[in-house]
Design a protein around this ligand. Structure first.
Ligand SMILES: [Zn+2]
Ligand SMILES: [Zn+2]
Length: 156
């Protein structure tokens, strides 16, 4: 995951109400895309979600808010942002790609499989175990992904 500079919101994006202001908006320009109004709208919509969201869900949210952004643009923008490390991408148990604007440090996710509500969690024991097991087998440049799915307190 790339580190990001704080306070780098593009000037052309209309400011959301302060209560919904995202801490950090993923930047399409850092993903090598021309930062069009539509792509910025996708990035802003994702930054405002506190759950993982699919391209379909982001598209629906934008439509509700009167933003004219095609589903294909939403798919491509999210996918490029994920490739560039600007956002986190993972797959649901059903295989669907879902996205979230996350903190730039290494972490894992506790995801509600019903509503998508997501908590970023750390797992020091997991970090130690992956390092140890890789070393034991002589593997270098080790990385891992680990997501935990469950049913959140509100959906139980
Ligand atoms: Zn839930
Ligand atoms: Zn880890």
């Amino acid at each position: 995951m790339t580190s990001t500079e704080p306070g780098h919101a593009p000037a052309a994006v209309p400011a959301p109400p302060p209560s919904e202001a995202p801490a950090e908006v993923p930047d399409p320009a850092r993903a090598g895309m021309r930062p069009t109004k539509q792509r910025r709208a996708v990035a802003v919509a994702l930054a405002r979600e506190d759950a993982f969201a699919s391209a379909q869900q982001i598209h629906e949210r934008l439509s509700r808010e009167g933003e004219q952004v095609g589903l294909a643009t939403v798919y491509r923008t999210l996918s490029a942002l994920a490739d560039a490390g600007e956002v986190d991408m993972m797959r649901t148990e059903g295989g669907e790609a879902i996205y979230r604007s996350c903190s730039p440090t290494h972490h894992h996710h506790l995801v509600c499989r019903s509503c998508g509500r997501t908590v970023e969690v750390e797992g020091p024991a997991v970090e130690r175990w992956t390092t140890a097991i890789a070393e034991q087998h002589g593997y270098a440049e080790v990385s891992h992904t680990l997501e935990i799915f469950g049913t959140c307190p509100e959906c139980r």
